[in-house]
Ligand binder design. Structure first.
Ligand code: NDP
Length: 424
């Protein structure tokens, strides 16, 4: 190594050099280094430019959920997940709803909120007056700061003022139509331009910062379904009883945060998987959905199930700041293909499909829970990943999975013993 080599910072090294450094430091061995170095699929330029200090990639299986009918159109949904049984459950929930006529889904507005936050406000009425008197100017600065979104028919639509913590803070909220983008960069660019102008004109006021809010309550989507009891029969258990128990489960998720978190985790199993598959921002969606779950001051289930005549009615409303353009959606090759598979023509259509997926996932989980219990379906799927966990390869995976079928408990110790037998 030359002196210049040793002086270079980690981020200035090539991917190979970073991995070599980790091996030299004893952080990874040669085998792990080779796995990280050679087992990659993304074009180097994309992987290295998307994030910092890149050393490799992580692969998650990509599958397809079937049977989805949303607003009378059929959809095939790509899902990226490492959890067995998620895709089977989604397809299963969607199959029942398809027979019942499919999901309805709608979006009433698709705006993103950005905040310009003032602090240590001396005269709250005066600051409000100063901002409101500049409304036309704020709209003009917003227009000039991001002309291309105006050309697409978007841009700043409205503004409002909120006082927080007994007037310690003033939040000037700008509501921006970002069209088919998620909008973080668009909103932040507009906010910073407006904040700069306001700071110039109001030099005595203190601006803390300007940033998009991930609590996207102006990007809500609602999916609903209506299922005749007869489609919910399960063996000896009548569809009516299944429906009654699903309604009870939904009530429980409203009053018990311990249950609500699990209820919502099931919904997010579906939402998160399609968000990831399409290269969207999983953290933004998770932050928004969980914040929305606590909108009434207590964390509650996001979906609601009730009975109407001889049917079970499900509703899910969630904030989904999702994109079909921008960010990583059009950069990651497989995210582009996922969007191709979905065949959605706008961010709004994608929101509708994802909400339907969340509701299907919830239906399947609740139905299993109130009938045979979650473990039956789950563990038969889990046995395949258990076989892989204990080191089964090739033909062994199928053999170990089959032998695990009737085992109780289903755990690594038993799987390991079965694999040993298979190898004899
Ligand atoms: P981009 O910065 O990629 O902006 C979207 C781009 O898409 C625009 O430049 C626009 O190009 C182009 N575009 C093409 N067609 C359309 C269309 N139909 N509608 C709208 N735009 C179109 O992405 P975003 O502003 O959406 O920001 C998302 C990224 O920001 C994500 O990667 C996210 O992770 C990240 N982020 C998230 C934050 C958060 O959640 N708090 C904070 C900061 C970043 P043109 O100029 O031609 O109009």
């Amino acid at each position: 190594q030359t002196e210049t080599d040793t002086q270079r910072k980690f981020y200035q090294l090539s991917r190979e050099e970073r991995l070599q450094k980790l091996e030299d430091a004893g952080t990874i061995d040669r085998e792990s280094k080779n796995e990280l170095l050679y087992n990659v699929a993304l074009p180097a330029d994309i992987a290295n430019n998307l994030i910092e200090n890149q050393i490799s990639e992580i692969s998650i299986p990509l599958g397809i959920a079937q049977n989805f009918v949303v607003n009378d159109a059929e959809f095939v949904i790509p899902m990226a997940t490492e959890e067995p049984s998620v895709i089977a459950a989604a397809s299963n929930g969607a199959r029942i709803v398809k027979i019942a006529g499919g999901f309805r889904a709608s979006v009433s507005q698709r705006l993103m909120r950005g905040q310009i936050v003032f602090y240590d406000v001396e005269d709250e009425n005066e600051l409000r007056r100063l901002i409101e008197s500049r409304e036309a100017e704020i709209f003009e600065v917003a227009r000039q700061s991001y002309p291309s979104i105006i050309k697409r028919g978007g841009g700043l639509e409205k503004m409002s003022i909120r006082w927080l913590a007994a007037s310690q803070f003033l939040s000037l909220d700008l509501f921006i139509d970002v069209k088919d983008a998620m909008g973080a960069n668009i909103v932040n660019t507009i906010l910073e331009a407006v904040a700069e102008r306001l700071q110039q004109e109001l030099p005595n006021e203190k601006i803390l910062f300007s940033i998009l809010s991930n609590y996207s309550t102006e990007s809500l989507v609602t999916a609903t379904c209506e299922i005749p009891f007869s489609l919910l029969n399960k063996g000896e258990i009548s569809g009516k009883l299944v429906a009654e128990k699903i309604v009870q489960a939904s009530e429980l998720a409203k009053v018990d945060p311990y249950r609500a978190a699990t209820h919502n985790k099931g919904i997010m199993n579906g939402i998160d998987a399609v968000v990831l598959a399409t290269g969207n921002d999983t953290r933004a969606i998770a932050a928004a959905c969980h914040a929305y779950a606590v909108k009434e001051g207590q964390y509650r289930g996001l979906s609601c199930w009730s009975m109407k005549e001889e049917t079970l009615v499900g509703t899910l409303t969630v904030p989904l700041a999702i994109a079909t353009v921008g960010g990583a959606t059009n950069v990651l090759p497989k995210a582009k293909i996922a969007l191709e598979i979905l065949k959605v023509d706008s961010a709004i259509s994608l929101m509708e499909v994802i909400a339907a997926l969340g509701l299907a996932q919830n239906l399947a989980a609740l139905k299993a829970l109130v009938t045979e219990g979650i473990q039956k379906g789950h563990m038969s799927m889990q046995s395949r990943s258990l076989a892989l966990t204990v080191g089964a390869i090739g033909d062994e995976v199928g053999k170990v999975t089959a032998l695990l079928e009737n085992q109780k408990p289903l755990n690594q110790e038993i799987a390991r013993a079965i694999l040993k037998k298979v190898r004899l």
